[in-house]
Structure formats: C-alpha cells, structure tokens
Design a binder for this molecule. Structure first.
Ligand SMILES: Nc1ncnc2c1ncn2[C@@H]1O[C@H](COP(=O)(O)OP(=O)(O)OP(=O)(O)O)[C@@H](O)[C@H]1O
Length: 797
C-alpha cells in the first residue's frame, strides 16, 4: 500500500488543453490562396517542362548560380520542381498532384468538407501511383511518361511476374478502383454491354434510338461508367418508344429489364434474359451517406465553433496540497488502536495505513477467532482513546477481509478543484457527463458519470459543504462539455448560491420562454418549470420513438450522421441537468405539486438525457419521501447531525460521523465510498463564469416548452359552483385568523401552494379578502364567523 501511496502522490499535474486546429477566416484566406497559387504555378512548371525539360537538364546542377539561365516558365524553381516530380517522381501523372494542391486551396477558401478533400487526396494519390506504373510500362527507358518511380516499379514487377503479370496486375488495380470508388459491379458491365448491344440492334433495324431514361440526379457513378463506355444515354429526354422502357437505377446502376420482356421464340435462338436485381441501399441511408460525404458529420458545436473551454489557470492552486505524512501521528494512532483493542483482549495480526486527504484508513486483520461485532461495538472506545471526532469503523471492508478504522488527520489537506480537473482520470474520461467529485481515501481522483447515476440526491447539515459540492459538479461539467451539449436548469430558493451562473445564461442555461431570469428563485415558477421539463421529456420520447432509438446517446449519434431529418422535428438534443439547491424549502411550500413532477422526471427521464441533482439541508422523511428516494439511487451525504438523518439519506449510519468541510460519503446503491469533496471557491466560479460569459453566446437561453399552469385560468369572477371544496373551510380559517395569506391556508389545511393560491383568489372574488398588496397579507373584509355565514348565504340567494 505504501508503494501505491507514493505512486499516487507523484501524479503528474499536466496542463491539458484541447489542441485546436481550427483556422480563423483570415488564416483560411491566406492558406487557401497560397495553395491555389502554388497548385497553379506547379501546373505551369510541369506543362512547360514537357517542352523545356530536356534543355534545362544541364542547368539543374547549378541551381545556386544566378548566371545559369533556364527555359522553364517558372524558371529555376519550376525546372527543379518539375524534375523532382516528373523526371524523378511519377512522370506525367504528377499533373494530378498539382491539381490536388489547387483543389485543396479551393476547399480551404470555400470552407468545404475536409472529409471529402481527404477522399480526393486518397484516391488522387492512388491514381498517380497507378498511372505512373501504367505509363512506366510503356516507357522504354526512364522517360518522363512514368517517371523514375513508374519505370523502376515496372522493372521490379517484370522481374518477378513478367510483362503479362504486370499488365494483369494493372488491370486488377483498375477494376478494384472502379469497384470501390464508383461501386461498379459485375452486373454493371454486363448490363452496359447488353444495352450497347440493344442499341446497335435497334440502329441496324433503323428504329428510333433505344430509350434509356436517366432521372435528373444522374449519379457520379452512372456518369463515370457512361463516359467510360460511351453509351448514348439520354438524360431527361422524353421517352418515345412504345415498349416498356428500361430505366437505369441511378443508385446501383443496374439496368432493370422492362416489365414486358422480349419473349421470343426459342426456335429463333434468342434466349430470355432475366436480370438479377442488385440489392439497393435504402433511400434514407443513401441520402445520409451522401450528406455526410458532402458536408461531414453534423457538428452541434458549429454555432459556437470558436468557443474556448475555460483554462485550468482560472482555478486556484493551494500550497497545502499534496499529502504530507506525519510519521509520529501515524505511529501514535496505531499504538492507541492496538492498545485499546488489547484492553478488550483483541489481538491484531497486522495493521496498515492508507493516508487520504482528510482521513487515514487503518486496516487491521484481527487474530483468528475474534468476532467482528466485538470490534464494531468498540467504536466509541476507540474514538475516546484517540480523542478524535469522526471515527468510522467499517467491519469488514467489503471485498477485502479486513476491518477498517477511519481516523481524521490532524491537518486535513484541501483537495483543490484544479487538481481533480487536471487529473488524467477526468481529462481522458469518455463518460457522457463526467463529474470530478474529489479524492478518495487512497488519494485517487473520484470521477463519476451523472448520466449513469442517473439522478443525484445530496444532503448535509448547513455549512458542511453542500454548496461547494454543487459548484464542483457544475464546474466539472463546464470544463468538459460544450454549451451545445449540456444545459442547466438552476433552482435556487436561497437566491444567493447559484446567482453567479447568471452570466452563462445564454451559453449553458435553460429557462421557460416567458421568464426573465434563467435561475429560478421563486417557488411558484419551479412548479411551472418542472412541468415544462415533463413536457420536454414527453417530446423527447416522441422524437426517440420516431427515430427508433432507445436513448439520447443513440439518438444524437444518428442525428450527427444525418440520418434524421430536421424537417421532421429532429434536432440535436443537449443533456439537461436540473439542480435544486434547497429541496426542503420547495417541498414545504409546494408539497405534492413539486413532488409529482420530480418523481415523474426521476422515473422516466434517464433515457432522454434529463438528470436531476437535488440538495437538501433537512434529509427528513417528509422531505425525502419514499417515492423520491426510490428514484435517486445515487446519494451524497455530507455531515448530518443525527443518525436518523444519516439513515434517511444513506439507508445506514455513517454520515453523522463525518468531519464536515467537504468530507462526504457517496453511494450508488451498494458500497459507501468516503470522498473528500473538491473545493471550489466563489471567486473561482466567478472567474470561470466570467470567462465563459465574455465569449460569443447563443441569442437566448435554451428555451423549454411552454407550460400553461392550471392557476393561470383564474379570474376574479369565478363561478360559485366552480369553487374549491375547501372554500368554506378556507374562509373560516381566514376570518378566524383575520389574516389573508395563502401560507396560512397551506399550513392549516395542509395544501400545496397552488391550491392555496387558488382559494385566496376565490375568496377575493367572493369579497372575503381584499386585493393583493405586495408582500403584506391581504386585508380580511369580514369581521367574524357570523358575518361570514350571512355573507355566504346572501351569495347563494
Ligand atoms: N470541499 C471542501 N474543502 C474544504 N473546505 C470546505 C469544503 N466544502 C466546504 N468547505 C468549507 O465549509 C464552508 C461551508 O460550505 P458550504 O457553503 O458549501 O456549506 P453548505 O452546506 O452549502 O451550507 P448552507 O447549506 O448553509 O449553504 C465553506 O465556506 C468552506 O470553508
């Protein structure tokens, strides 16, 4: 273990920045025009070399001398380049190289697909080689037809497989090229020969020309074969033959037989020909392949293609980072543990220590025959003898066969956000939503995938590191995900914790169409947003269903490959992460109205990329209800004040024994992992959001679907028959208390915010309470219950 400890201490802190090969528009202009001009010059040099090459031969050796004159149109350089490419290289096939350079310039200037350019180069170079060998075959000596390479390769081949072998090899090269590049099949040849035969036959019989209609989109392949075999195919021409016409299938270039076949008598010696129809690519695939070939894969980041991820320098370095081993502390603790256990007649076979950032784990192997429960019961005694808080006994450590005693270090080290973000584990992770939470007890960076969790519940008493934890989660995502790939919905009833993220509203946040602020601080708006997220979820499911995809990752891959048509409503779907900073507050004020959509989202939203992170100070059962708990398998517990709270959040004790300041336990359903949360301070978050916020953004935040809440239909002239069943009770509560507030109704009648609000509106309509007066409670217009009875009776008359 000691070895491992040293290894982990030596973790390199490399600055890892994504290399960017993107050129600015100006660079493209310079680079593109250079290539165009260079390609053109090369062409001129090659062309003049055909006439001046021989004359310039002698001057090549005197390249450095200015007195020597050359005849090449591009002078000395032209003579030298042509000699290099044509004479010593590939012969006249080198013209293709100048063409490729010219073409590259055009592609750079016009910002065309790089993938297509690469294809051109690949096939271009193959043709150069093939052509050079072919022409070298005819060159008697090393002449400029095939160049030195073509000639030498030919000689080599002929030595081994002879002239016939070489020519057959060249033919094989041509066939392979046509088959792969132009997807030519054997049937293509036979059908083309057949149609040629038909034509000749028709010509001879002085009939009209055979009609072969090609549709508008004559494909490259068809055109290539057509020109190769020079068959008079009529494009877009009216069909004049009375017989059913053969039609060239442009996708595979197979000439299908006419439906009415030429059935002729056997006696005439003409056979019926039945063509085998080649398997076609389905239209969708074919189209998407073509689109990808033309434009490359769809790039969701294109709109903000210049977006720069925040650099690591924005995060603070701490001097006290890196674990220092305090040998005396280790020794002391070990002795105390051994002594305490000895006092209870527990012998130890071996003990070893793993030093983490905040706690050290002592792993002991007790003597044979010792009951584990006996050690477990000594938790308090060991804590007493070590006089330390936050001692946790893990008996046994799952999968290890040892007993663990976690003892807090006297001097805890801060785990900086910088160190976890820079870690190789985070930087190279291919998770969909990677989160660097902190470091484990063995000092390894702890990275988890939010997409796999799929929802996270965070609890901890006030001041134990929840907000820092939330910031660590958000920071991790900001360092790893482009604004096009993830959107946050932030709910912050405390109004201060997440405000900093306002600056990245148009990059990373999602909001309701009519709301001004993206960060939701008002509890009533939360209900609308949650319901809107449910609508978004349903919409996304519909899209996934139509695209025959099981989850968002598959869907996005398909969309990027241009297999989904944006005209059918398909679009690239970013992940949506909902963060609620104080859930207890929400449940208290809105009850079921919040719980229902949260539970619905938690149950269903994983496949469509909506993930929830919910934090609460009060992990009591009325806040984290059964239905919520069941749907949040991933939990983080910071220090809580009681064992009961720990049990609510973790289904076991442990969180009450933590030491605070980011010390936390993480579980994803099975083991508990003790992690020291990474520390990210408010100024650091501010720097990051400033950095992102100062860059070009989308025109608006990501807009969620509109949700028309039930309460929005409320108007003051509510029909008496439409009144809530609790109307009378509510009126009595208000009149008795002489206080017209919705929260009073919520408390007394145990209602959600919405229903209480509706009741107040109805009471106002009936004239029992006065109009809305801002932060003050409404005035009660009825003085006592007797007056109320009278008022209601009058109303029904
Ligand atoms: N990971 C950490 N490493 C070191 N110190 C930490 C860490 N997390 C929190 N702290 C310390 O604890 C203090 C309180 O943290 P934080 O504000 O996150 O608590 P909280 O649980 O959100 O409290 P509240 O619920 O009242 O907002 C921080 O100011 C910081 O000094």
């Amino acid at each position: 273990m000691a070895k491992k400890k040293n290894d982990t201490n030596k973790q390199p802190r490399k600055k890892i920045r994504k290399p960017s090969f993107k050129l600015s528009s100006q660079q493209k202009l310079v680079y593109g025009s250079f290539l165009v001009i260079f390609g053109f010059i090369l062409f001129m040099a090659f062309f003049s070399f055909l006439f001046t090459g021989e004359a310039d031969q002698s001057s090549l050796s005197d390249f450095a001398s200015r007195n020597v004159k050359t005849e090449n149109w591009v002078s000395k350089s032209g003579a030298w380049l042509s000699d290099f490419f044509i004479q010593r290289g590939f012969g006249v096939a080198s013209f293709i190289i100048s063409g490729l350079i010219f073409l590259s310039g055009i592609y750079v200037l016009m910002n065309l697909s790089k993938a297509k350019l690469r294809t051109h180069w690949f096939w271009g170079i193959l043709i150069v080689i093939w052509l050079s060998i072919l022409l070298g075959f005819f060159g008697n000596t090393n002449d400029i037809l095939g160049g030195t390479i073509g000639f030498e390769v030919n000689m080599y081949l002929q030595d081994y497989i002879g002239k016939i072998g070489t020519s057959l090899l060249l033919l094989f090269g041509l066939i392979t090229y046509l088959a792969i590049r132009f997807k030519v099949t054997f049937e293509s040849f036979t059908t083309i020969f057949k149609s040629a035969k038909n034509k000749i036959k028709n010509d001879l019989s002085n009939d009209d020309e055979p009609i072969i209609a090609l549709d508008n989109n004559l494909s490259e392949e068809a055109a290539a074969i057509k020109s190769a075999f020079d068959i008079p195919l009529k494009n877009n021409e009216a069909i004049t033959n009375k017989d059913p016409k053969p039609v060239i299938d442009t996708a595979t270039l197979v000439v299908k037989p006419p439906i009415k076949e030429e059935v002729e008598d056997d006696d005439l010696g003409i056979e019926i020909e039945v063509e085998k129809v080649a398997e076609e690519l389905s239209e969708d695939n074919n189209l998407s392949n073509k689109l990808v070939e033309d434009f490359g894969q769809f790039d969701p980041t294109l709109e903000l293609s210049k977006y720069q991820f925040p650099p690591l320098d924005l995060l603070k370095k701490y001097d006290s980072e890196g674990i220092t081993i305090n040998q005396t502390e280790l020794e002391e603790n070990k002795n105390k543990i051994v002594e305490t256990l000895k006092n209870y007649n527990i012998g130890i076979a071996s003990i070893k220590a793993t030093i983490g950032p905040t706690v050290t784990l002592y792993e002991i192997v007790p003597d044979a025959g010792i009951r584990i429960s006996k050690i477990k019961n000594l938790e308090d005694d060991i804590a007493l003898s070590l006089s330390a808080l936050g001692i946790r006994i893990i008996a046994p450590i799952p999968g290890k066969g040892t007993i663990g005693i976690e003892v807090p270090n006297k001097n805890a080290t801060i785990v900086s956000m910088r160190s976890v973000i820079a870690s190789k584990r985070f930087q190279t992770s291919d998770m969909q939503l990677p989160i660097a939470l902190g470091k484990t007890i063995s000092n390894e960076t702890f990275v988890v995938d939010l997409a796999k969790m799929p929802h996270l519940l965070m609890a901890g008493a006030t001041g134990q590191g929840k907000s820092v934890g939330l910031n660590a989660v958000l920071t991790s995502l900001l360092y790893k995900k482009h604004p096009a790939e993830v959107k946050f919905v932030l709910v912050d009833p405390k109004k201060v914790e997440l405000t900093l993220f306002n600056k990245i509203e148009r990059h990373y946040l999602a909001k309701l169409p009519d709301s001004e602020d993206a960060i939701i601080t008002d509890n009533t708006k939360v209900i609308n947003t949650l319901n809107s997220l449910c609508i978004e979820m349903d919409n996304r499911y519909e899209l996934l269903k139509n695209a025959l995809c099981r989850n968002i990752a598959e869907y996005n891959v398909k969309f990027k490959a241009r297999k989904l048509n944006p005209n059918d409503g398909h679009q690239f779907l970013p992940y949506i992460v909902l963060v609620v900073d104080e859930f207890a507050d929400l449940i208290m004020t809105a009850g079921k109205e919040v719980e229902t959509p949260i539970a619905r989202l938690a149950q269903l939203a994983r496949a469509i990329g909506i993930h929830l992170i919910i934090a609460t100070q009060r992990p009591s059962v009325n806040v984290i209800t059964g239905i919520i708990k069941a749907n949040f398998p991933a939990r983080i517990a910071f220090r809580v004040t009681s064992k009961i709270d720990s049990r609510t959040i973790l289904d076991g004790s442990g969180a009450d024994q933590l030491i605070g300041r980011g010390d936390m336990l993480y579980t994803q359903g099975n083991d508990l992992i003790r992690v020291q949360c990474a520390f990210v301070d408010t100024p650091e978050v501010e720097k990051i959001t400033d950095y992102i916020g100062s860059q070009k953004a989308y025109p608006d935040a990501y807009l969620l679907p509109e949700y028309v809440g039930e309460e929005s239909g409320t108007s003051l002239d509510i029909d008496i028959s439409d009144r809530d069943k609790l109307f009378r009770e509510a009126a009595e509560v208000i009149v008795t208390a002489q206080q017209g507030s919705a929260s009073l109704l919520q408390r007394k009648l145990k209602l959600g915010y919405n229903r209480a609000g509706r009741l107040i509106d109805q009471l106002e309509a009936s004239g029992i309470v006065g109009p809305f007066e801002g932060s003050k409670a409404r005035m009660v217009l009825i003085t006592d219950l007797v007056a109320l009875d009278k008022h209601l009776e009058n109303e029904t008359l």
